[in-house]
Design a protein around this ligand. Structure first.
Ligand SMILES: Nc1ncnc2c1ncn2[C@@H]1O[C@H](COP(=O)(O)OP(=O)(O)O)[C@@H](O)[C@H]1O
Ligand SMILES: [Mg+2]
Length: 319
């Protein structure tokens, strides 16, 4: 029987979901795409279960593609798959860490990964102090949990910074005040790390006078050869956060790379338009196969190579 893969995704028609499914099928997996919100999680003292539409859901591996709006629910589901011994790319803790920009910054500095100076402001009265700590204005004000550039602003004056922080606090958002890396205005580097290796990279450029270079805001993408230092930093960041598959965003500062954030469900459309359709998804499929062999070796199930070898040995014995 082919090994079974479940891709947890609310968008079966999305480019990334389709490419991941296709690459895994080509690598010998039986693939299902399932909406994580439709799953029922049962917790008991025997490891628990997951049900889908009345049936227990069984599989050897899961790729969670958890959108920001369903992080909490998605993390619960992935944790349950882990508990059941299923291979997960990425882990529940990796996803949770990557969704909190402050936690990600804290972990990265622990691993000596350089990040822009960042403050999480709890009261608007502390804004000016924080702005001064990050090098004054202009500075970046962003929501701790934002995505696709939607909660990211450039404050040109202290007054603007204070207003933005005040408005975010009023909406129960957690505002970050961050050092603005002027020399990287409107561009950044996205490196795709799969299984501890950078498999693809691109430079993203913002549209017009925009300073955020997100693909979703109409940014353009181009190929780039990144230096070993950028590769090393991207891999350390992904590994410190506990992510097998990560999109690491880096700014090119005059003092070298700075990691902005690490995405645990990186989109594949932009990057594959630069490095070739199916390339990143293909690397994810190879990683799935490696993980499956490792877990079979641990549980004593012979791999396909072992079976061939045993067959050869027994034929020799008969001869
Ligand atoms: N401190 C900064 N200095 C310069 N540009 C920044 C800074 N922070 C963010 N940007 C720009 O804004 C974009 C979005 O910021 P990011 O923190 O990655 O938020 P999101 O999670 O919404 O993508 C980045 O890709 C980068 O182009
Ligand atoms: Mg980003």
């Amino acid at each position: 029987m082919d090994p079974r893969l479940v891709i947890l995704s609310r968008g079966p028609g999305l480019y990334s979901t389709k490419q991941l499914a296709r690459a895994a099928e080509e690598a010998g997996w039986a693939v299902r795409i399932i909406d994580p919100l439709k799953l029922t999680v049962l917790v008991d003292d025997e490891g628990g279960r997951i049900y889908y539409k009345g049936w227990p859901l069984e599989c050897e591996a899961v790729i969670p593609r958890i959108g920001h709006s369903i992080t909490r629910r998605g993390v619960h589901v992935v944790r349950q798959f882990e508990r059941m011994g299923v291979i997960v790319i990425n882990s529940s803790s990796g996803i949770a860490r990557s969704r909190d920009k402050l936690v990600a910054c804290q972990l990265m500095t622990e691993a000596d990964v350089p990040v822009p100076i960042t403050a999480n402001v709890g009261a608007w009265e502390d804004t000016i102090r924080a702005v001064n700590q990050v090098g004054g204005t202009p500075c970046v004000i962003k929501s701790n949990e934002g995505t696709h550039g939607s909660g990211v602003f450039l404050a040109h004056t202290e007054q603007q910074a204070r207003q933005l922080v005040y408005q975010m606090l009023e909406r129960d958002m957690r505002p970050l005040v961050q050092e603005y890396i002027q020399e990287s205005h409107g561009k950044d580097i996205r490196a795709l790390v799969v299984g501890g290796k950078v498999v693809a990279a691109m430079r993203r450029r913002a549209h017009g006078s925009e300073f955020r270079s997100n693909f979703h805001l109409g940014g353009s993408v181009e190929s780039v050869d990144i230096s070993p230092r950028f590769e090393e930093i991207a891999c350390t960041a992904a590994s410190k956060l506990g992510l097998d598959l990560a999109g690491v965003d880096m700014l090119e500062s005059s003092n070298g790379p700075l990691v902005l954030e690490v995405n645990s469900s990186p989109g594949l459309e932009g990057i594959e338009s630069v490095v070739g359709e199916g390339l990143v998804a293909g690397e994810v499929a190879k990683l799935l196969n490696r993980r499956l062999e490792e877990s079979q070796a641990e549980s004593g199930i012979p791999s396909s190579e072992d079976v061939t070898e045993m067959h050869r040995e027994s034929s020799k014995a008969r001869d």
